[in-house]
Design a protein. Structure first.
Length: 102
């Protein structure tokens, strides 16, 4: 197992593990690569709390037309359907179908 870990580090060209830091991947546009790397480097330095809180505030701000994600929204929408209580029979017919000559 240690060989696989060493092989991964050799392929990725990563530095030795630093205490308190983790490595992870993100999907982003290619033009944002350098920006995200610089941001990660700055956040990894001691005393980056002000930067971290500023970014957190900025990312947490929602656009006025953007609705926050709520669990159970699809269930609520289905219960609000005009078909609720209409007496529709939605049971599927289990007839095996017709025979065919192949």
């Amino acid at each position: 197992m240690a060989e696989a870990s060493e092989s991964l580090k050799a392929r990725s060209g990563s530095e030795p593990d630093k205490p308190g830091l983790v490595r992870f991947e993100v999907f982003a546009r290619p033009e944002d690569r350098d920006l995200l790397r610089r941001l990660a480097e700055r956040l990894a330095t001691p005393g980056a709390d002000d930067l971290r809180s500023a970014i957190t505030r900025q990312v947490a701000d929602q656009a006025p037309d953007e609705q926050p994600f709520e669990r159970g929204g699809i269930v609520r929408a289905m219960r609000a359907s005009p078909l609720v209580g209409s007496g529709l029979d939605l049971v599927r017919d289990r007839h095996p179908g017709r025979l065919s000559d192949l």
